[in-house]
Design a protein around this ligand. Structure first.
Ligand SMILES: [Zn+2]
Length: 86
């Protein structure tokens, strides 16, 4: 399975959150490492997408798309996500 960077999430994050979060800062709940969402390691399969911390390999984010238009977006390993107000 090939590893992508967080920029591969740009379109999906924009669809789900309403903005491109790849520039947003995140902090790993496991090791405390911080940086832009674009830095994460992304593994995409037919089952879904998993983003992992590049420092400690913890699962930061999961995304599963159901048939019929519903998606499940989890952030089990993200302690904080930067949200920029307009
Ligand atoms: Zn980490």
């Amino acid at each position: 399975m090939g590893v992508l960077d967080g920029n591969a999430l740009a379109g999906r994050l924009t669809d789900l959150l309403g903005w491109d979060a790849t520039d947003s800062l995140i902090r790993c709940r496991s090791c405390g490492d911080g940086g832009a969402m674009a830095r994460v390691a992304v593994y995409a399969t037919a089952m879904g997408t998993v983003a992992r911390c590049r420092s400690c390999d913890a699962v930061l984010m999961t995304l599963v798309d159901e048939i019929g238009g519903r998606s499940w977006f989890g952030m089990p390993g993200i302690d904080a996500l930067e949200v920029r107000r307009a």
